[in-house]
Each structure stands twice: as C-alpha cells, then as structure tokens.
Design a protein. Sequence first.
Length: 364
Amino acid sequence: QKDGYPHYMIKEIHEQPQAILRTITPRIKNGLPFFEDDQIPDSFFEGVTDITIIACGTAMYAGMVGKTMIQNRLQIPVTVTIASEFRYEMPILSKNSMVIAVSQSGETIDTLEALRLASKYTDRTISLVNVKGSSIARESHYALYTHAGPEIAVASTKAYTVQCATMYLLACKLGLSLGKMSEADAKEFIKTLESVPDYIEAVIAKASDVEQLTRQMINSEHTFFIGRGLDYTLTMEGALKLKEISYIHAESYAAGELKHGTIALIAEGVPVIAVATQKHVYSKTISNIREVKARGAYVILLSMDEKITDDSICDVHISLPQVPDEFAIFEAVVILQLIAYYTSVGKGLNPDQPRNLAKSVTVE
Ligand code: M6R
C-alpha cells in the first residue's frame, strides 16, 4: 500500500496536492465557497462575532494558521485553545460565537470533551474532521469533512494541509457573510487557493535538495524554528514534526522574541530554520536571522525572495514559488515536513512509527 514509497509519511507528503483538490473542489461553485452539499445553512455564518478553535497537536497548529489568517483578513477575534486546557476552563462564549473543532481522527478525547463543553454555550459548533462518522463529527452541529484519505503515518502531514485549506474556505465564506470580503476579493482568494496544489507539486520537486541539507541536522541536539505572523504559526508545526520523528529537540519562536532569552542557546553550528514569506515583516525577520547567524547558527532560510545570495544571512536558501503571502504557508510547510522526514530517515529511524506515540489519542 505504500505505492513504491519507502514510508507512508513520504507517500502522504506527496499526496497533498490531490488531497487538497478533493477537499476544496466540491465546495467551490462559480468561483465562490459553497457548503450546501455539507448541509450548512448560510444562517450558520451570519452574525458571528468571534471564533474559538479547539484542537490538539498538529490540528491545533492548523488552528493557529486559521486564527492568524482570519484575524488579519476579517478583523474578528479568534482564539485558539488547546483542547485539554479548554475543557477545564470557563469558556467565554456567546450564542454568536463560532466554535471550530479540528481533528484528523475525530476521536481525540480532549477535543471531543472541549466540543461538548462548547456546545453548552453555542449552537454554532463545526468540526473539521477527516474520518467520516467519527465522534467529533457526530457531536458537532455541522461537520466539514476534509478528504485527505486515510493517514497511516503517525506524524500528520496531509491532514494538516487539508485542515488549513478548509479553514481558508471557511474564512472566505464567513468573510462574504459578514460583509468583510467583497465578491471580487473572494473570487481572487478562491482562485489562488485552487492553485495551491500546483505550487505544492513544485515544492515537492525540491525533495532531494532538502535531503542534502538535513545531513547537517542529523547530529544536532537542538534546533530552532523562527518566523513572524503566519510564518511563526507554521514553524510550530515544523518543530513538532521534527521532534516527533527525529527525537531532536526543536523549539519554535516568534523571531522577535529570540533576543529576550533564547538567543543564549545559539552556539556554533546550531540549526535555525527560518521562514520569511510575509512581506510586511520581512526585513524584521531578516534582521533577526542576521542576529543568530552572527552567533554561529547554521541557518536554513525559506523565502520567496529570489535575490538572496548574501551568506551573512543564511547557509542554505530554499526559494519558494511566488504566491500571495497568505498562501505561502502551504509551500513552506511541505519543506518543513520534508526536513523532518529526511532527518528521521538519515538517523536510521522509522518515521512512520515514532516511539511513545499513537495515531489517535483517546485517553486524557
Ligand atoms: O486526530 P487528531 O487530529 O485530533 O490528533 C491530534 C494530535 O494527536 C495529532 O495531530 C498529533 O499531534 C500528531 N502526532 C501530529 O503529527
């Protein structure tokens, strides 16, 4: 079933363009988001005042992408709460709050309990779930299935990108309903979303370059991932991926936060994976990168800047295809997934079955 790939994880990384297409295509009509086949009425989106996203692990990091993107685009408050925390807090929700539960398996107990609690406050709960008929899908008011197909590798890859793509569709629909996006803006947004699978294909074609650069990481004990804004949200996922399958300590930091303490850990040769795709903070991130480079870090930079040649900035530059900033996360995360995969394989580990982890966490 691995279709000639050595591991499920790399197979699933390659499946991402198709998984996104399968998920978004049936939900686009006349260039606009369309959820009627999912039986979600327009009234579900009307009058929403705030959003709370509940999830665990990678699904929670997809939620972080959603939060940053939705807040920037629609200017409505979005909170992401780790489900295991949410279920023991006093939620601040009203009947106009939308609650989004994100889960690949649909069976993660903390997310399910958080959803049950949220349902006491609002009838506007919706789940983004990959497994049909799962508990979270059944217990939310509406389910928006992601069509990633079965994800076998413990480390989630394609489930994350389809969750992000579904979140983008949802944001667009909400933007239209709340009058925060014009129809022309929405059409442009959807058109770009539809081209994401092609950009991901282009990035996957760089897999052998990524394999080369991970040689530097195999013997590392510590690594740092940095970025700002949307880039920061996806470096969290990149760090989790590396930790879970390579057992290398990886931390994600908002690039501007490093100098408030963590930069003390940067020593000669420590890998720093920097993502700089957001134009409004690009020069700020680059200056943070120069700070770590000057202290000896081995810097791998992912950006859409074709002009990077300066080795005072980075040791390796991975150039990403040009896309509107909001959509760069889809390209960058694939590189981060590949970095984790090849580092794990380079260390002689089996990325599909990391120690101590289960695919679905049904206990607290
Ligand atoms: O099935 P879920 O999406 O609810 O699972 C949530 C997490 O347990 C899961 O994403 C976990 O963090 C993965 N090992 C990440 O690769």
